[in-house]
Design a binder for this molecule. Structure first.
Ligand code: ACO
Length: 374
């Protein structure tokens, strides 16, 4: 059994905030932000917008592209660090999507690496058996945790959601059901993508075998020792300090149900990313039996253009094979990889059969890579 990526979608909030807008509230400039980060605009949740609604919008687009009914989804993984419920938001997304057969839905918290880890989890669930359609959603609203007086962090982040549908690819069933025809001229195979339900859907992609499914190899890490460089820790509620809580009668400490704003030592995180991400991609490629020359696209978590450029240079991937859209959205945390993928697919850049080296990195610290085929 293998898996394949069969649909993607994304959504961003309506409110667009430019660098010039931010220069009105902190001591910064469009030039400083764009030169140091590559970011020009970001979108921020406002008014009645909710993260759950954004995630549902992205997920619906992914299901539409895949031509899969919400009822056929059997697992929803919501990768987020900013759920709208302490206990997780994934079941609310499942409900809103109308997945009536009651699939499992739960949250994964791994900051900017969340989507990457969700994607690998989806593939493992499918390969393990019992799951056919896993919806992986990356959605974050870090704007809720940004200190809008801290020019070192508030210029970086934006809100967004992105989704990918990962589907079971049972090669044995496929070959038994429909023989593929090989083109005499270009040796590419034409085969039925949705072989069980909709044989009329025929798409071109390179010839595959059972060893070459949608996830070739992956590599994942975490290092709690680096948490001091990027965090938003739980803090005691100020109101409990001021008023005293009933619990204090029994000697309980003040409640801790709030989180501090994002605290980051930017240059440390920068160095970590540039050091660890190339190593991780090389390791994932090695596990897949591939080399950098095999990949069509480098798709990194969109944190900083200088990080993307530095990693590409270290791996010797030319700029034209690197995907970047952070100029328009900033760092959207767990949403950044599926958002960039969705734009690249819908824009005709990433084509069916292309091999992508994707990598996430961020708070935890966490980081990881996956070599996938679109
Ligand atoms: N405008 C103007 N000046 C600024 C700004 C700003 N917005 N922010 C900082 N500065 C100043 C600093 O105060 C400092 O001034 P000083 O020299 O007088 O002290 C100077 O610019 C240099 O500051 P640095 O922090 O050293 O700037 P750096 O070149 O490192 O860029 C940045 C900062 C953009 C944050 C960079 O370090 C970075 O992108 N780091 C990586 C962040 C990241 O990738 N995070 C990903 C994970 S996010 C997650 O997981 C949730």
């Amino acid at each position: 059994k293998g898996c394949k990526l069969v649909g993607c979608g994304s959504a961003v909030p309506n409110l667009k905030v430019s660098n010039d807008d931010l220069a009105k509230i902190v001591d910064t400039s469009d030039e400083w932000i764009s030169v140091r980060t590559g970011i020009r605009n970001r979108h921020i949740l406002a008014g009645n917008d909710t993260l759950t609604a954004l995630a549902v919008k992205a997920a619906r687009k992914a299901l539409q592209m895949a031509e899969v009914d919400p009822d056929d989804v059997d697992l929803v993984l919501l990768c987020t660090s900013t759920p709208e419920d302490l206990f997780g938001s994934a079941p609310q997304i499942q409900k809103a999507l109308g997945c009536k057969r009651n699939p499992l839905a739960y949250d994964i918290t791994a900051a900017c690496s969340g989507f990457l880890l969700g994607l690998v989890s989806a593939a493992c669930y499918i390969r393990g058996g019992g799951f056919s359609n896993v919806l992986v959603i990356g959605a974050d609203a870090l704007s809720h945790y940004v200190d809008w007086t801290d020019r070192g962090t508030c210029i970086l982040f934006g809100d967004a959601a992105g989704a990918v549908l990962v589907q079971l690819w049972d090669y044995t069933a496929y070959t038994a059901s429909y023989a593929y025809t090989r083109s005499v001229h270009d040796e590419t195979a034409r085969y039925y993508r949705n072989y069980t339900e909709t044989p009329e859907i025929v798409r071109d992609r390179p010839a595959c075998n059972s060893e070459e499914d949608g996830l070739f190899g992956f590599d994942m890490h975490s290092d709690g020792g680096g948490q001091r460089n990027l965090n938003a820790p739980i803090v005691e509620n100020e109101v409990d300090h001021a008023l005293g809580s009933n619990g204090s009668v029994l000697g309980f400490p003040p409640r801790r149900s709030s989180y501090s704003c994002i605290q980051m030592k930017g240059s440390e995180v920068f160095r970590f990313a540039v050091r660890c991400v190339p190593q991780s991609i090389e390791s994932a490629l090695q596990k897949a039996g591939l080399t950098v020359s095999s990949i069509d696209w480098l798709l990194l978590h969109q944190a900083n253009q200088r990080i993307i450029d530095a990693v590409a240079t270290r791996l010797e991937v030319p700029p034209e094979r690197t995907i970047s859209n952070l100029a328009n959205y900033g760092n959207t945390s767990a949403a950044s990889i599926p958002l960039a993928l969705d734009e690249a697919v819908r824009g005709g850049k990433v084509k069916l059969g292309d091999i992508i080296a994707a990598a996430g990195f961020g708070a935890g610290l966490t980081w990881g890579s996956a070599i996938v085929r679109w």
